[in-house]
Design a protein around this ligand. Sequence first.
Ligand code: CDM
Ligand code: ATP
Length: 312
Amino acid sequence: MTLTPVEPLPEHEVRVRAPGKVNLSLRVGARQEDGYHPLSTVFQAVSVYEEVVATPSDARTVTLSGVQAELVPTDASNLALRAVEVLARHTGIDDGVHLHLDKGVPVAGGMAGGSADAAAALVACDALWHTGLSRPELIELAAEVGSDVPFILMGHTAVGQGRGHLLTPALTRGEFHWAFAVQDRGLSTSAVYAAFDEVHGGSLGGPDPELDVPLMQALRAGDPRALGAALHNDLQVASLELDPLLAEPLTVATDAGALGVVVSGSGPTVAALGRSRQHALALAAAFTASGVADRVLTATGPVSGARVLAAD
Ligand SMILES: C[C@](O)(CO)[C@H](O)COP(=O)(O)OP(=O)(O)OC[C@H]1O[C@@H](n2ccc(N)nc2=O)[C@H](O)[C@@H]1O
Ligand SMILES: Nc1ncnc2c1ncn2[C@@H]1O[C@H](COP(=O)(O)OP(=O)(O)OP(=O)(O)O)[C@@H](O)[C@H]1O
């Protein structure tokens, strides 16, 4: 009998897509001893995406494409590689992987682009390595990588407490339509929190989720007008202090009839809520025409969290 040599399995790859986010409400308490601030926030995942392709490799490496890709580090400080390290340490898996990150979410824009890469890397390597971890276990690991990473795994709309990592899904109805004014200049998240501390000193109590009852009702009712009126961001004053030009897109969107307008997370991206898809396009056109944004995006929310698109 002659034996036919078995062909090695073809190299496989896993492709994952992860969304950016906007904080519909961001309420911040006094800085704690660990340097973090207690939050009560309502996240919404929006249809602006990072795409990550993971391929087996000898080492752990990353390459990038997409808008502002040149601003992102490719060394071990890359959030996607940090996520791989956390997963490898937790599972004891020693394999290499190559990650290609195609960036669609603004870099250092307050929309959690780096967190989306990290969430996508966790999902991709979990699939590649067949770790058998459950979603809740992955979400727990995600919190070790960054405060926003658990939400990007979960997606849709959720209330975040603690550092923003303790999540409760929120009931919502329908779709909301957004226009985003994006800047080439980024803002450092920790610098914005430090500026927030300068303004408030130690004078704050804990963040009060009760203040978001009208916002949660607006989400349940699918009422964009009520949602627009309830948008809120405690970090906005600090972002404006570090980047006073942000007042311009806020004014432009208000004048163009936005239902609500808010700095996204730590900024500098400004999010404007439209009455409809058509109106969100009109708000984006107003940003462009007035020259107050380096780029504009339109998106809908809520959308799913990080998920595998294809594996072969
Ligand atoms: C502004 C938000 O995007 C709102 O969702 C987040 O709070 C920031 O989340 P993130 O970028 O994932 O933040 P991390 O990577 O965990 O932390 C970056 C820095 O932000 C500050 N930070 C973050 C979260 C938090 N609850 N309090 C903080 O003070 C800390 O200075 C920290 O060193
Ligand atoms: N994969 C990555 N993508 C983007 N930035 C990364 C990545 N890895 C590390 N970074 C670094 O993290 C910084 C913040 O990037 P990111 O795009 O996540 O900001 P952000 O959207 O403001 O974050 P957040 O909304 O979570 O506060 C960048 O300036 C960059 O140096």
